[in-house]
Ligand binder design. Structure first.
Ligand code: C2E
Ligand code: MG
Ligand code: MG
Ligand code: MG
Length: 286
């Protein structure tokens, strides 16, 4: 009897595994085609000085628009792209698009604006990653100092010499590095000492239940003090309410990114926001 049950569970499990694998395969075929057909686009989400409500930078976030206009989010296709190697053409597209867009905004007079781009750990396998990044910057004609790369903690714990070399190459070229989703990855903080890191982005899971959740309040405050004591920048992700913004500002985190200020938007809508005389007007979200 127990055996039967076990067999059943195995059967159900293998069916699910099969479905998942074939869905992934399906999606990676569709993704390959979407890349060829230019169905990917880049949205931008403002990073805001929460004390003045001015947009100081934007984060480039890839979007996949299907033929019927619906959107597939990066959380669904980036992991598949990483497994299939498609992350390489995707990243090249995002980096080039983001650099060119920054050049356009600079032409319009927004010369203080910074651009953040997410860098997947998989890209570290590329022997010419540094050259590719420098090439995208040079062909867009933007100063290196306005590009920031967002890396996750997973990348940093791999304390390999090629990673270290890459980060120092970036620093030597004036490109800044931020740690994305800070706090949810590995607990070793020693990499903050070894690598030239310019900013920490507090993961939005810690911001979500502020200011009421005591643990999250403590964690956020600790991350802010850590960053300030190490003299590196700090950005809060996922700011959705005025109360969260106030809490963060009081603790010394003045830069925020989140739906309270703006969702990720197409470039032309960001241009409109940049032109607003009073900076970003926070939005009530329900
Ligand atoms: P991320 O880099 O941490 O980007 C922030 C994510 O949080 C974005 O999701 C953004 O829409 C979302 N977000 C921002 N503010 C709020 C808020 O107030 N509330 C909530 N609930 N969410 C908020 P998105 O665009 O779906 O991207 C998800 C992840 O996919 C990114 O997380 C990043 O890890 C990855 N990703 C996106 N674009 C790229 C890319 O071009 N290359 C790579 N390698 N990864 C990317
Ligand atoms: Mg990011
Ligand atoms: Mg993040
Ligand atoms: Mg994330």
């Amino acid at each position: 009897r127990a055996k039967d049950k076990g067999r059943n569970i195995w059967h159900v499990y293998s069916q699910e595994l099969h479905d998942e694998l074939s869905e992934r395969l399906d999606l990676s075929k569709k993704l390959r085609y979407a890349i060829e057909q230019n169905k990917l686009t880049v949205f931008y989400q403002p990073q805001v000085d929460m004390t003045t409500r001015k947009i100081i930078g934007v984060e480039a976030l890839v979007r996949w628009i299907e033929d019927d206009g619906s959107m597939i989010g990066p959380d669904r296709f980036i992991p598949i792209a990483e497994d299939s190697g498609l992350i390489i053409p995707i990243s090249e597209f995002v980096l080039q698009t983001a650099c060119r867009q920054l050049a356009r905004w600079r032409d319009l007079g927004f010369t203080d604006l910074r651009m953040s781009v997410n860098i997947s750990g998989r890209l570290f396998q590329l022997p010419d990653l540094t050259e590719q990044i420098l090439y995208a910057i040079r062909s867009a004609g933007i100063p290196t100092a306005f590009l920031e790369l967002e890396l996750t903690e997973q990348v940093l714990i791999e304390n390999s010499s090629s990673h270290t070399q890459f980060m120092h190459d970036m620093r030597d070229n004036g490109i800044t590095l931020a740690i994305d989703d800070f706090g949810v990855g590995y607990s070793s903080l020693s990499y903050l000492k070894h690598f030239p890191i310019n900013a920490l982005k507090i993961d939005r899971s810690f911001v979500k239940d502020l200011p009421d959740d005591k643990d999250d309040a403590t964690i956020t405050q600790t991350i802010v003090s850590l960053a300030r004591n190490l003299d590196i920048g700090i950005v809060a992700e996922g700011v959705e309410t005025e109360e969260q913004a106030e809490f963060l500002i009081e603790r010394g985190c003045t830069i925020g990114q989140g739906f309270y200020y703006s969702r990720p938007l197409p470039a032309d809508e960001i241009t409109q926001l940049l032109t607003q005389p009073d900076g970003l007007i926070p939005v009530k979200i329900s």
